[in-house]
Write a protein that binds this ligand. Structure first.
Ligand SMILES: NC(=O)c1ccc[n+]([C@@H]2O[C@H](COP(=O)([O-])OP(=O)(O)OC[C@H]3O[C@@H](n4cnc5c(N)ncnc54)[C@H](O)[C@@H]3O)[C@@H](O)[C@H]2O)c1
Length: 329
């Protein structure tokens, strides 16, 4: 039986590769479109890789014509917050202009269903610790701003071009495929759990905790972590929603619970059976005490549940992936 194709931009990256596995398990054929700027060809295991840039309309058109996808999942972006403050033009070009090129091209080829990876960074430094889709927006850097601008651009296309879209604002993505076929591998790595596990592995000597005087239960920041496989499943539901419904919807994707940096370190020590030495560092600019998704919209509308997003499971799956042979080569 021929499988329906879904074009996955950024499918060679962390979240995109998990989405490709979920698509394959759901009976779709994921076609990854990726320039491998931060992704890895060996993460493309569940369908073909078409190497290309989302800014390259000719290449995109050729790939869409040949594969005839029923929809697009759009992960391709730059997402290093620190870098975004240093070279904002890189973020505006890739994240906003790249998305415009992709959307124009898919619509010109008659493909109208889109799932877009946005971020809780669109909320910025908010007064409220618990964020819903109605929380006021105010991104603090070119990363969050370029994602919010893309959300707004998509809403305009939905209104005037008959496109449908699910927009997902992820909180902190964590964990790895429970079968350890794919996982997180950013270079440089800025995310907490792999950094903690690097220390457990002996790849780094210590972990710096930035700020231990926040008004939280142990003084360290609280963040909402969501398992990459749960997120991947949400993308199937979001794609099918977009294929069946007109318009667009924005959904927060988090577990709805928060863990402190200290709790993540404790969980890593328990799972790995190893010590994670820490040193105290200053607060980082722009870090707020607590960022947690307070939304149940994704479960109400899409039927999505973050079933694997316990701290223990996210750390255990990440650790299994972290220990695979050749991880750091
Ligand atoms: N990982 C997180 O915690 C997190 C949180 C919020 C939002 N997001 C969003 O999710 C998406 C995926 O994040 P990730 O952590 O998997 O990042 P990643 O860097 O692992 O994956 C991004 C992929 O996009 C590709 N890419 C980048 N620019 C491209 C271009 N111009 N043309 C073609 N391919 C291109 C990269 O090569 C890479 O494979 C991003 O849009 C990111 O902003 C991630």
């Amino acid at each position: 039986m021929t499988r329906s194709v879904v074009l996955v931009t950024g499918g060679a990256g962390y979240v995109g590769s998990h989405a490709c596995k979920a698509l394959a398990l759901s009976g779709y054929l994921p076609v990854t479109y990726d320039n491998l700027s931060t992704g890895w060809s060996d993460a493309v295991k569940f369908g073909p890789l078409e190497r290309g840039d989302i800014m390259d309309a000719w290449r995109l058109r050729d790939v869409i014509e040949r594969h005839n996808p029923v929809g697009v999942m759009h992960f391709a972006a730059h997402s290093n917050v620190g870098e975004a403050s240093e070279v904002p033009d890189k973020y505006w070009k890739n994240n906003l202009m790249g998305s415009l090129t992709l959307i124009e091209t898919m619509l010109s080829q008659g493909v109208g269903s889109l799932v877009f990876s946005s971020t809780c960074a669109v909320y910025g430094n908010n007064e409220s610790a618990i964020l819903t889709e109605e929380t006021p927006l105010g991104p603090l850097n070119a990363y969050g701003a370029s994602k919010l601008a893309t959300e707004q651009m998509i809403s305009n296309f939905v209104g005037s071009h008959g496109m449908s879209a699910s927009i997902f604002r992820y909180f902190n993505v964590a964990g790895a495929d429970p079968d350890a076929e794919i996982g997180e591998f950013h270079r440089p790595e800025t995310h907490l759990i792999p950094r903690v596990l690097d220390v457990a592995m002996g790849e780094r000597d210590t972990l710096t905790i930035n700020g231990s005087d926040y008004p939280t239960r142990d003084g360290t920041c609280v963040r909402d972590f969501v398992h990459a496989s749960d997120l991947a499943n949400a993308h199937i539901e979001g794609l099918e929603w977009a294929m069946d419904n007109p318009g667009h919807e924005v959904f927060n994707l988090g577990s709805g619970g928060g863990f402190t940096v200290r709790e993540v370190i404790d969980a890593a020590e328990q799972v790995t059976g190893r010590k994670v030495p820490t040193i105290g560092g200053p607060r980082r600019d722009g870090d707020v005490a607590t960022l947690v998704s307070g939304s149940t919209k994704a479960s109400a509308v899409l039927g999505w549940l973050p079933a694997n997003s316990t701290l223990e499971q996210m750390v255990r799956d990440a650790w299994r992936w972290h220990q695979r042979p050749g991880y750091n080569e």
